[in-house]
Design a binder for this molecule. Structure first.
Ligand SMILES: [Zn+2]
Length: 91
């Protein structure tokens, strides 16, 4: 029997995702716990299954910073730096 309060995460979509930093794959995930539901995406560059450690950034969305380039935070700058660094590393 599945505990209704147990967190369930499943991948629901995957696609090519070219960016100005390079070519990524985008993976869409849906998480459910009880009646609440959240969505997240992972951008993956290169082979993430290789045993060597790889660079990871966890980015929380920031509408004003990411989309509207607000100067009240540095969310977009952090995201761009992360994408540049990951692209330079190749994975
Ligand atoms: Zn922000």
């Amino acid at each position: 029997m599945v505990d209704p309060q147990q967190l369930e995460i499943r991948r629901v979509a995957e696609a090519d995702f070219p960016t100005e930093y390079g070519h990524f794959r985008i993976h869409g995930f849906e998480g459910r716990k009880g009646r609440s539901r959240e969505e997240a995406v992972a951008l993956v560059m290169g082979d993430a299954t290789a045993p060597e450690p790889l660079l990871v950034r966890v980015h929380s969305q920031c509408l004003t910073g990411d989309v509207f380039h607000s100067l009240r935070c540095d969310c977009r700058a952090q995201l761009e730096l992360a994408l540049e660094t990951i692209a330079a590393e190749g994975r």
